[in-house]
Design a protein around this ligand. Structure first.
Ligand code: NAP
Length: 316
């Protein structure tokens, strides 16, 4: 595993962060508890020291599972944990943003209980709530920081203007945007955030799994499945375009000793100096180990150029 300093937070984090959205049990494929516990143990064994979660991942279920598992493994204090606030999963399918002071403080207190910890290393505002002034949300987070309940404040899915607005009221140490070979919409914003000293943790690093090459045929996922509702490349016209990209990745793989496509996608992300760590959601030991091994070697410049040429065609 390789490590990078996570911007001005000073945290020295693994270049891969384990994502736990799927472990909440809604919106992704489901696994039994022992399999998921072993995936977390595998992450730790591979040197991953950063885990990302959120109360919105099935209304605290992912956080509770994580808290229970870290306690069972006795590794809470060996890891950095990021969780989020200001986004509520209300009726088993709907996400509601609420950045009001009481909502945020109540949610953070719940997260501390769920994760069975006395502090959260990074608290991100999950999505901007445009109906609540950032002064109020950041003010609440500043108070939690002063009390030692959270150590750093970050934002996710914010625009540059929103980050600048929020940054007037407290230090924004981290940014969590979507970024991968199939989604570079935020690249300019990410470069700017990194240049401002924010740690950058990118999500959807495998494009929700499509970049592993597992999904070669268009499939109808359940309406509540995150691949159906969150990642546009599981729908046409993007799906067919990504299949062309996968063919180029297959070629890069065969030129690189059969390197798994997952590792190609992660190499491509982490080689960017503006990405501190890429978050990957994986719920089995085998997948975590395959992904973590992506950092044992680097794709060379010509392979990256081949990939970039194929990625450019996604925009045509
Ligand atoms: N801030 C936000 O708004 C936001 C939004 C989305 C995600 N996130 C965070 O980022 C994390 C990662 O994003 P994501 O989970 O949406 O997408 P992702 O990591 O791009 O993809 C996850 C999918 O890839 C599969 N997968 C992982 N490794 C694989 C491998 N080696 N071979 C084959 N399949 C593999 C997973 O399978 P299994 O699950 O079946 O193991 C899952 O279906 C989330 O868990 C969450 O922590 C944050």
């Amino acid at each position: 595993m390789r490590y990078k300093v996570f911007g001005k937070t000073g945290m020295k984090v693994s270049v891969m962060t384990l994502g736990t959205w799927g472990m909440g049990g809604v919106g992704w494929d489901n696994y039994d508890e022992a399999t998921k516990v072993d995936a977390i143990k595998a992450a730790f064994d591979c040197g991953i020291n950063f885990i990302d979660t959120a109360p919105a991942y099935n209304n605290g279920a992912a956080e509770r599972f994580l808290g229970k598992t870290l306690k069972q493994l006795g590794i809470r204090n060996e890891l950095f944990i990021s969780t989020k606030c200001g986004n509520f999963f209300v009726d088993g399918s709907t996400y509601v943003r609420n950045g009001h002071r009481d909502a945020v403080i109540g949610q953070v207190e719940d997260s501390l209980r769920n994760i069975q910890t006395d502090h959260i290393d990074l608290m991100l505002i999950h999505w901007p709530d445009v109906n609540t002034p950032f002064e109020e949300t950041i003010g609440a987070l500043n108070d939690l920081k002063r009390d030692g309940k959270i150590l750093n404040i970050g934002v996710s899915n914010f625009s540059k203007e929103q980050i600048q607005d929020a940054g007037q009221y407290g230090e924004i140490g981290a940014f969590q945007p979507q970024y991968s070979m199939v989604n570079r919409d935020s690249e300019e914003l990410i470069r700017w955030a990194a240049s401002e000293g924010m740690g950058v943790m990118t999500y959807g690093s495998l494009g929700g799994g499509i970049l592993t090459g597992v999904h070669r045929e268009l499939k109808e996922f359940a309406p509540t499945d995150s691949r159906n509702r969150f990642y546009k490349h599981f729908h046409e016209p993007m799906f067919s375009k990504v299949q062309e990209l996968l063919k180029v990745m297959d070629k890069v793989s065969s030129e690189n000793g059969g390197m798994p496509l997952s590792q190609i996608a992660l190499n491509w992300s982490v080689q960017k100096d503006f990405v501190s760590t890429c978050i990957v959601g994986a719920q089995t030991r085998a997948k975590v180990e395959e992904n973590a091994a992506a950092f044992d070697r680097e794709l060379d410049a010509s392979a990256i150029a081949t990939l970039d040429a194929a990625i450019a065609k996604l925009d045509e």
